[in-house]
Design a protein around this ligand. Structure first.
Ligand code: GLC
Length: 599
């Protein structure tokens, strides 16, 4: 499957990934251990790009500058990356740096301390840096001027120049990988093209005839498969898919559930594997953690804990993924593992997120909801700020007033329904799980529905009053099959009025005074919500709405194509992280819509 794009400036290998800038390599990452920014900046007068291409082999560009031309080539494969700059121009220099990962440039010193960063320059063309048991070796084709600091190494060398960077768990392995890449960059580019095309060749064929949809299809498979990585790591023993190699460089809970849903159509075993680290990370009390960092130092810097995971979970989409996988291929061993993990996880929700014991669970942390800064939580955060103690009595870790969220409980309903299906096989009580599932569904309908406005709302746990914010989380009541027919009809009216923007399904109704089409979870459009909604509409037989939604989203993603983290809901402009894993859920929508003849 060929894939040639212009304007694409990223290159990823396994843990290594680079972003090309207007001049040279703007950023280079090795997992969460190193973040070199800039990595190799070209210093030349009057520099301007003339033409560039990106394909499975890598990135090539022609640059013009005062006094001549320059040819750039960059590629990445496995844990090695090479960059070369050749040409006739004189007086051109390349400046770069090697540093530990940090959240902000100001934190670089602290990051160096937390991660045990140190660096050596064994000769005038080599640097080897260490961070948390991982090494990054950088080799240059010409002698460079190095400045080794406590928290960063800077270098400068004249062009023409070739640079190779490679990461590994030992200094000697990193060095020999870098040496090999420097010696033979073409071989690296060839291996990359071969590996990616072999992986893409196993993807299902594009189901649509339209050329642009076919390109989007290939591109999304490229995104998902190239975000996958494997690492010899205590908390991440199995291969997994990073949400984005350029921004989100570890494993997240609901992201991986979405990845597994898409992967189930590619290779059921890979889809199972995507979930194994998460099951393995389950805590003794049953919680499956929010995320598993590669770097303990990063986890510490962000959450202040000495662990690879924080104290939170994320939306329980796992059961939806498990059910998808089991439909594709029922593996007894995987089913048992998943049943046991999900049963313990579900009990954790009852014990630790349902203080009023009514059967509806609550989010107590905005980040736990996956909808970070959503308008949904503004009121809960205000209530909490007024009197934290009041909420901390029941939930010592709370960071907002507990909210019984509509999507959370729809997902728990589905989890409980799946557990009731699997229970007889694995010695559990189908009746007990079914009872709990039905109770959850009845409460969603009983407490969250508002007849006057015809919509489902989150409710505060403390008084069951409604959070007066309309969001597409309500459409999960259709995905879960909880909404009554007449409720679903009213939801579809809202779909076309409140949520029908240029790029549909903004994360808050467009008539909300706080709606901001570029606000992260405050009005941008996200593909996971389009996916839930699409399947909800299909389930209730709202074919034309499902078709409208699929067609509109596919059309806008096909421009480019792009597979971004989210989109400006008013203009359709791609925003957030590029090459974002769960946005490949559009593949599942395309496959279904094409089967129905809608695309
Ligand atoms: C952001 C999102 C969250 C997601 C994570 C990784 O934090 O808000 O929902 O899981 O990125 O993609």
């Amino acid at each position: 499957m060929a894939l040639v794009l212009s304007g694409k400036r990223e290159l990823c290998g396994n843990l290594i990934a680079a972003v090309m800038g207007d001049a040279g390599v703007e950023r280079l990452f090795f997992g969460e251990f190193f973040r070199c920014e800039p990595f190799a900046l070209v210093k030349a007068e009057g520099l301007r790009p003339l033409a560039e291409t990106w394909d499975l082999g890598g990135f090539r560009r022609l640059l013009a500058c005062r006094g001549g031309y320059l040819r750039e080539e960059a590629t990445a494969c496995g844990d090695a990356f090479t960059y070369s700059l050749a040409g006739s121009a004189r007086g051109v220099r390349v400046e770069g740096s090697i540093a530990p990962s940090y959240w902000s440039r100001e934190q670089i010193g602290e990051a160096a301390k937390l991660s045990g960063f140190r660096a050596e320059t064994p000769d005038s063309r080599t640097v080897v840096a260490h961070s948390e048991g991982f090494y990054l070796a950088v080799k240059l084709s010409a002698p460079a001027r190095f400045e080794v600091g406590e928290a960063e190494v800077r270098f400068e060398a004249p062009a023409p120049l070739a640079i190779a960077a490679a990461g590994a768990k030992s200094s000697s392995a990193a060095l020999s990988l870098a040496e090999e890449a420097l010696r033979d960059p073409l071989a690296l580019a060839g291996r990359r093209a071969e590996q990616l095309s072999a992986a893409l060749a196993r993807a299902p064929p594009p189901p649509a005839r339209d050329r642009r949809v076919r390109e989007l299809w290939r591109y999304c498979w490229y995104v998902l498969l190239s975000n996958r990585c494997s690492v010899d790591h205590p908390a991440l023993r199995k291969p997994f898919t990073m949400p984005s190699k350029y921004v989100f460089r570890h494993q997240w809970l609901w992201d991986s559930a979405f990845h597994a849903i898409v992967l189930s159509a590619y290779d059921a075993e890979m889809a199972e594997e995507e979930l194994l680290n998460l099951f393995h990370a389950q805590k003794p009390d049953g919680r499956i953690p929010h995320e598993i960092f590669l770097s303990k130092a990063m986890c510490k810097a962000f959450w202040g804990v000495d662990d690879y995971s924080p104290w939170t979970t994320q939306p329980p989409v796992l059961a939806v993924a498990v059910e998808r996988i089991l439909e594709r291929r029922f593996d007894e061993g995987f089913a048992k593992l998943a049943y046991e993990a999900l049963a313990r996880y579900d009990r954790w929700f009852s014990e630790r997120r349902d203080a009023d014991r009514d059967g509806l669970a609550a989010y107590i942390d905005y980040l736990e909801s996956g909808w970070d800064d959503s308008v949904r939580w503004d009121g809960a955060r205000e209530r909490f700020a007024l009197d934290p103690g009041r909420y901390r009595a029941a939930y010592p870790e709370a960071r907002m007033a507990p909210v019984e969220a509509v999507d959370l409980n729809c997902l728990l309903y589905l989890q409980r329904a799946l557990l009731s299906k699997l229970a007889p096989r694995f010695g559990g009580s189908a009746e007990a799980w079914k009872g709990l599932a039905e109770r959850t569904a009845a409460l969603v309908k009983g407490l969250m529905w508002d007849e006057r406005t015809g919509f489902f709302y989150d409710v505060y746990e403390e008084d069951h009053s409604k959070v007066p914010v309309k969001t597409p989380a309500a459409f999960l009541t259709m995905f879960a099959g909880i909404a009554e027919r007449d409720q679903a009809e009213r939801l579809v009216e809202h779909l076309y009025s409140d949520f029908w923007t240029t790029f549909p399904l903004p994360t808050v109704s467009r008539d909300d005074p706080k709606y901001d089409p570029t606000g992260y979870w405050r009005g941008r459009s996200w593909i996971n919500l389009a996916w839930f909604t699409y399947w909800g509409l299909v389930k209730y037989g709202f074919d034309s709405a499902a078709r409208d939604l699929a067609a509109r989203v596919v059309e806008l993603m096909a421009e480019g194509p792009t597979c971004n983290e989210n989109y400006n809901s008013a203009t359709g402009e791609p925003l957030g992280a590029p090459d974002f894993g769960w946005s490949t859920l559009i593949l599942d929508v395309i496959a279904d819509a094409a089967r129905r003849g809608w695309i």
